[in-house]
Design a binder for this molecule. Structure first.
Ligand SMILES: Nc1nc2c(ncn2[C@@H]2O[C@H](COP(=O)(O)OP(=O)(O)OP(=O)(O)O)[C@@H](O)[C@H]2O)c(=O)[nH]1
Ligand SMILES: [Zn+2]
Length: 219
């Protein structure tokens, strides 16, 4: 087991000892009121002027509109409901009650401190109790939370807690490994550094063997 995974194992034990009742992240309901497209484009024009460039030169004329479209894509997760994605389930599972793991789901997010990319992978597991969900839906939940302004800890907790609350399985485990480009392209300039976070609920918190079986599947 790598030292990062050993650290997760330690954190999970600590979290089991210190059962933070009510301290779990609630599923956030995004606010729907938004400024107009024209206001956003005007804001990008201001930023262009502020950099020292001329927003009226030919190469930049369409940039505010393009940047607004790019932001629309980067932050489309505010207009999607992750709980709704998990509501369609399948009951005919043949009594399957072992772990289901989706490994290495690639995602692109943005840090809420600098609005700079966070790029990484997520491992998502659950142990069903009676019903299962279409496997792509786990990746869709990752995608919804990634397409919002994030810190990695919050994104990890949101994914796990949404699956736990909606699917009500025996337990959920989420590990995320990601590079924060606010640490590579600016600031401290530390390349080849990634951040590892985890959230374990139910049997993954309470049962060491289940947790270790999951952690062994992470590369
Ligand atoms: N815990 C956590 N920190 C993050 C995440 N993404 C970015 N950060 C950190 O957020 C912190 C913001 O620190 P500040 O001191 O307010 O901002 P700053 O002056 O730009 O800091 P530097 O990045 O150190 O230059 C930095 O240490 C970032 O590395 C995240 O997902 N989780
Ligand atoms: Zn940042």
């Amino acid at each position: 087991m790598t030292s990062a995974l050993q650290a997760i194992e330690t954190m999970a034990k600590r979290s089991k000892d210190d059962d933070r009742k009510g301290g779990r992240a609630k599923i956030e309901r995004p606010k729907l009121e938004r400024p107009s497209r024209a206001e956003v484009e005007a804001a990008f024009r201001t930023i262009l002027r502020w950099t020292g460039d001329d927003p009226d030169r030919e190469g930049l004329l369409e940039t505010p509109a393009r940047a607004a479209r790019a932001y629309e894509e980067f932050f489309k997760g505010y207009r999607e409901d992750p709980a709704a994605i998990l509501r369609k389930t399948f009951d005919e599972t043949g009594g399957y009650d072992e772990m289901v793991v989706l490994r290495g789901v690639r995602f692109e997010s943005h840090c809420e401190h600098h609005i700079v990319p966070i790029i990484g992978r997520a491992w998502v597991a659950y142990v069903p109790s009676g019903r299962v969900v279409g496997i792509s839906k786990l990746a869709r939940v990752v995608e919804v939370y990634a397409k919002r302004l994030q810190i990695q800890e919050k994104m990890t907790a949101q994914i796990a807690d949404t699956i736990q609350e909606v699917l009500e399985p025996q337990g959920v485990a989420v590990v995320i490994k990601a590079q924060h480009h606010c640490m590579t392209t600016r600031g401290v300039h530390k390349h080849d550094t990634d951040m590892v976070t985890s959230r374990m609920t139910g049997v993954f918190r309470d049962n060491t063997a289940t947790r270790q079986e999951f952690l062994a599947l992470i590369d």
